[in-house]
Design a protein around this ligand. Structure first.
Ligand SMILES: [Zn+2]
Length: 501
């Protein structure tokens, strides 16, 4: 049994002007696809290890992955697509391929607006027309008609923050193996719900996602009145891409003989999701940038809480924002006298600014230099801010993306700067700079909901609905392509799921 596999994952924020290019991706080819530790918890590892365990022969193609960012360069996308297709054609010359299982995100966009996954899977389907084809998707996948036509069955993440990527890969591979083992055809029922949801309102530890996901898990078990569905997934879409396909999608994958049940259950899930639309809310206290700072200063200085975390959430690189918006920084500098009164340095993690990181690395630890911070990319929500800083620490070649890290101080503020667009929620980043966030009374981080490494130490978490390419206030984003009506932009709209998919 020969199974073609690989993956191409990116969450592309079309509001961010950065073009994500070849240098931003980690790309593994051929045999390396099956054995790279850097992606050990990724859905691709779940797929490959499941297939191997069941004795399948892996036909590896390409595994390419980058941190969320702006849309993907057209030339790089087509290069990787061509490699995947060439590899499939070559493998066919050596014998039949029995199935395909890919690790995808689902919201990768290419320069010019192309929805990548539907295009890639559609092209692969032309080469491999009659074999079962399954895919693992991120919960924030945007489901297009082209993707539904190309792929037979899907498994989406069931957790946000995402901690079940590996298990989702196992489920996707398992469906393929069941189809091959039984000779039964696969089927997917889809229901698109006209809704967009900011990620920070849809954590799966809280309602309504908690019980909606529980309903998905229940469907994957047999019940007295119906067989088990192979996978039931809620794909929430990605609101920071301006795309005609933006929506929440319910996908229920099953054997074709159970298609009526899959249709009925997808419709029921969609109805329930829509009924509970008003319950998607921020789980932490939230304010605009100015108010968030005022609340945070009071928490530290008057209530003695520490560390207090403030998310500069509009510029969250893990949601594909540029990481160099300065709206929050400008509010912070406007209140610098209060920051100076804090009992210890305020920590700001941080800024994606390659020129500033290079200048700090060149000057060296201990140097005092003039830099500008931010505003290289997100010029709508920021500008270059001139600062005279002291370079406290430099780290070269950090992590799989080989970033320079710099830690600088400006008055009572410590700021981390990265030369690569790698985000700031990485639990290894601050230790590499010799910083322990728990030692700081006030920590600002360009992130939405706090990653577990921060959440576990935060005495209080405050969400600043700051401006940036991942603006949490969707109603304020000037969408042009998103189909209307859509909730919550059209707050009082009516909707019922159509009975046929
Ligand atoms: Zn996601």
């Amino acid at each position: 049994m020969r199974i073609l596999t690989g993956g191409f994952s990116h969450e592309s924020n079309s509001l961010n002007p950065i073009i994500t290019g070849e240098e931003d991706f980690v790309v593994l080819r051929n045999d390396k696809v099956a054995g790279e530790a850097v992606l050990s918890r990724h859905s691709s590892a779940g797929i490959i290890e499941t297939l191997k365990r069941e004795g399948a022969d892996i036909v590896p193609t390409v595994l390419a992955r980058a941190v969320p960012n702006g849309v993907v360069s057209a030339s790089f996308y087509h290069k990787i697509k061509t490699e995947v297709l060439d590899r499939a054609r070559e493998a066919l010359k050596q014998g039949p391929i029995d199935g395909v299982c890919l690790a995808l995100h689902g919201s990768m966009k290419v320069e010019g607006g192309l929805c990548a996954e539907g295009d890639l899977c559609g092209a692969l389907r032309q080469i491999l027309p009659d074999i079962p084809f399954t895919a693992a998707l991120d919960m924030h996948a945007t489901i297009t008609p082209a993707l539904l036509r190309a792929v037979d069955a899907f498994a989406g993440y069931k957790t946000a923050p995402h901690v079940d990527s590996y298990e989702t890969g196992e489920l996707a591979a398992g469906m393929l193996l069941k189809a091959l083992g039984t000779g039964k055809k696969l089927y997917t029922a889809a229901q698109h719900i006209p809704m967009m949801i900011a990620g920070e309102k849809s954590e799966t530890a809280a309602e309504p996602m908690l019980s909606l996901i529980a309903a998905c898990r229940e469907l994957e078990q047999a019940a007295p009145d119906r067989p088990a569905m192979l996978a039931a997934s809620l794909l929430l879409g990605f609101p920071w891409a301006d795309c005609e396909h933006n929506a929440v999608t319910v996908l229920v994958s099953a054997f074709e003989e159970d298609s009526n049940t899959a249709d009925r259950e997808a419709r029921k899930l969609a109805e329930e999701f829509w009924r509970r639309r008003g319950e998607f809310k921020f789980r932490t206290e939230y304010y605009n940038s100015k108010e968030a700072l005022a609340v945070a200063y009071a928490a530290v200085l008057e209530q003695g809480e520490r560390p207090v975390f403030v998310s500069d959430s509009g510029d969250n690189p893990t949601a594909g924002a540029a990481g160099d918006a300065t709206e929050f920084l400008e509010e912070l500098l406007a209140t610098i006298d209060q920051a100076d009164r804090l009992p210890g340095p305020l920590l700001y993690c941080g800024f994606y600014d390659a020129p500033a990181a290079a200048a700090c690395a060149k000057a060296g630890e201990g140097a005092e230099i003039d830099i500008t911070l931010g505003g290289n990319w997100d010029k709508l929500n920021g500008r270059k801010i001139p600062l005279r800083v002291k370079v406290k620490k430099i780290v070269n070649d950090f992590g799989p993306y080989h970033s320079v890290l710099a830690l600088v101080s400006y008055r009572n503020i410590l700021i981390s700067i990265t030369s690569k667009h790698i985000g700031f929620g990485d639990e290894d980043l601050l230790p590499a700079l010799g910083v322990n966030a728990a030692d700081h009374c006030l920590v600002v981080v360009k992130l939405g909901y706090l990653e577990p490494c921060f959440r576990s130490i935060a005495a209080r978490a405050i969400l600043a609905t700051s401006r940036g390419c991942a603006n949490e206030v969707l109603e304020s984003i000037p969408y042009r392509k998103v189909r209307r009506p859509i909730y919550p932009l059209d707050n009082d709209m009516e909707w019922r799921p159509p009975s046929a998919t």
